[in-house]
Write a protein that binds this ligand. Structure first.
Ligand code: PLP
Length: 403
């Protein structure tokens, strides 16, 4: 590694799509001495925390349940609390995260019916609808959708999947992975009729990894009574009961919870609509840069573009892993590698959570240096200038909401 890398300073932002940059305000909030989680101040922390999380999920009728885990634990909690081995679930695969969720379902002995789509496409509402309409015996218990496929930078239309389910008159529950979209892009649990919405602490919430955050509908809570998948640590009923009394069934991740209090304050103070608008604007500037470089997004059309992560194909004959490695080795900046089928072919820019237009420009400028070093047919400054023009034209007021 070259000598001039300030990696250890932690001054360079990361441009990976999670874990995301942690604002100082949240690092300080998480830096607390141990307190007794059975003392009254924990009780006072917990109830408003869970209530404010409901605002982020946009649910009034549902409930939010958290576990010490990562997003993957949230998947497991959603599935094991509501389904039984042998239950049929319908799920589209269009990237590494939808693929991993399928793997988790299969290991829990669910009967997984997969709709395979091209990587770069989104969830095919019509195909979900066709399968559901054909399921006359109502064997499909769950419909699984990845809202934001982090491997390909694709956002899917959850409302359209819900409409397809309703049009088929199908009673299956809707499970949505919103790990890399919640608190960064619009998500409407109640309006979209989502029964299980899975997220985590280390993406839009800008915190350390360590908490799975799951939105649960009343229908999903009722399903716990009959679901036969083995569970103990992740049992919704134990957690909901303990939460109701102001506690946890085991030791809570205290530091993350204090961080989450502060994170919710930041998000709600900025206003969710402003948070989403900020993510759109940053993402759009990055997309202008990608266009100016003459490179292509994995996402196949505009409606699918994610505002939290962009996956970008490298030109024929180049290796995206060499680019991400070089950016890190020479400039101390991390970008996302291509995952699964995208390995070597695409790199990713994570632009969610604590991110500003100015931070984004530093990432684009760094990529240009790395691409030039590796003889990409890209001019220094070309993409950065396109992003600068967009940010100039759309700047409202200098603010430090994400600082
Ligand atoms: C990050 C992520 C997950 C969960 O990953 P963990 O590492 O377990 O937190 C799941 N789905 C998507 C779409 C993600 O981006």
């Amino acid at each position: 590694m070259a000598a001039n890398i300030p990696v250890l300073d932690g001054q360079n932002p990361v441009f990976i799509p999670g874990p995301t940059n942690i604002p100082d305000r949240l690092r300080l909030a998480m830096s607390i001495q141990t307190t007794d989680h059975r003392a009254p101040d924990f009780v006072e922390l917990l109830a408003p925390l869970l209530a404010d999380l409901k605002k982020v999920f946009k649910t009034r009728t549902g409930q939010v349940i958290t576990f010490p885990a990562s997003g993957t634990g949230g998947w497991e909690a959603a599935v094991t609390n509501t389904l039984s081995p042998g239950d049929k679930v319908l799920v589209a695969r269009f990237g590494m995260f939808s693929h991993r969720w399928i793997d988790l379902c299969q290991r829990h002995k669910l009967d997984v019916e997969i709709i395979d789509c091209a990587w770069g496409d989104g969830a095919p509402a019509e195909r979900y609808g066709e399968r559901l309409a054909a399921d006359r015996n109502r064997e499909i218990k769950a419909v699984l959708v990845t809202h934001n496929e982090t491997a390909t930078g694709v956002r899917s239309d959850i409302a359209a999947v819900r409409r397809a389910m309703d049009a088929a008159g199908h009673p299956a529950m809707l499970y949505v992975d919103c790990v890399s979209s919640l608190a960064s892009m619009d998500f409407r649990m109640d309006e979209w009729g989502v029964d299980l919405a899975v997220s985590g602490s280390q993406k839009g919430f800008m915190l350390a990894t360590g908490m799975a955050i799951v939105g649960v509908s009343q229908k999903a809570l009722e399903a716990c009574a009959t679901a036969q998948c083995p569970r103990c640590f992740f049992d919704f009923r134990d957690m909901a009961q303990a939460n109701g009394k102001g506690g946890f069934p085991y030791t809570p991740p205290l530091q993350i919870m204090y961080g989450l209090r502060e994170s919710l304050d930041m998000l709600l103070d900025e206003g969710l609509d402003n948070v989403f608008a900020r993510h759109f604007r940053i993402a759009e500037g990055i997309r202008q840069a990608i266009g100016a470089w003459g490179l292509d997004l994995c996402a196949t059309r505009r409606a699918l573009y994610s505002d939290t992560v962009s996956a970008i194909y490298v030109p024929e004959g180049f290796d995206s892993d060499a680019l991400t490695n070089h950016a890190f080795d020479s400039y101390g900046v991390s970008f996302g590698v291509g995952l699964g089928k995208m390995a070597g072919k695409a790199f990713r820019i994570g632009h969610l959570g604590s991110m500003t237009d100015v931070m984004a420009l530093s990432g684009l400028a760094t990529l240009e240096m790395a691409m030039r070093d590796l003889d990409y047919p890209v001019e220094l400054g070309s993409g950065t200038a396109a992003a600068q023009e967009y940010y100039r034209a759309t700047s409202t007021v200098a603010h430090s909401a994400a600082a």
